[in-house]
Design a protein around this ligand. Sequence first.
Ligand code: ADE
Length: 232
Amino acid sequence: MIGIICAMRQEIEEILVFTKEIKEECYRNFKFIRGNIFGTECVLSLCGIGKVHAAMCTQTLIMKYNPDFIINVGVAGGIAPEIKIGDIAIASGVVQHDFDISSFEGRKKGEIAGIDLIEIETTKWITDKILVCSKSINPIQIHTGTILSGDQFICSPQKLTELKNEFGGIACEMEAGSIGQVCYMNKKEFGIIRSISDHADNSSNIDFDKFIKSSSKNAANILSNFIKSYRD
Ligand code: ADE
């Protein structure tokens, strides 16, 4: 069974389009949808926005369904200058950009206390496979790199520059870092597929609303290709 996590209704809806034999369950305030995607049993979950929601949902998903691995799918703001709205960002790793204990000697910004890592790497075979599946979807551009998460919707060029300088990264959003941390702590394999809805700049709130549906569809298409072929 594959566990799939989306933060928002618009993101999960594009996956439900190709999900069959749907059965809905609610557990600890989260909606879990069991279904069949191209012959593979999946459980889709709607976690809500932000790192705490995502962490709670990921832990619940693991404890209740014990999926073989987890894929987080949705939209993100673009950080890298060459990345355009509609492009795909595949995470090689995730960072929580708002985790900050750097006032203590020897600690760096983004370093997660207890784990002592800044970046948590996604599972290589999953990320490689997603990349291979994405190549066939033209004309969408694919980018791989670090995805930055924080409990902030980024809509300022200053903040964007700060994030770029501190962590690099290709895209920003609000859940992947905590999903990565929960997977890491549970030794659960995971991957992240995001499509760009905005440029995290002054007009990102407007672009987000305008492009969330089309970008969610792009991300869902990559997921569908992945599920069709991940066992090959
Ligand atoms: N998800 C999509 N766009 C985003 C942004 N600009 N900031 C944070 N999360 C996002």
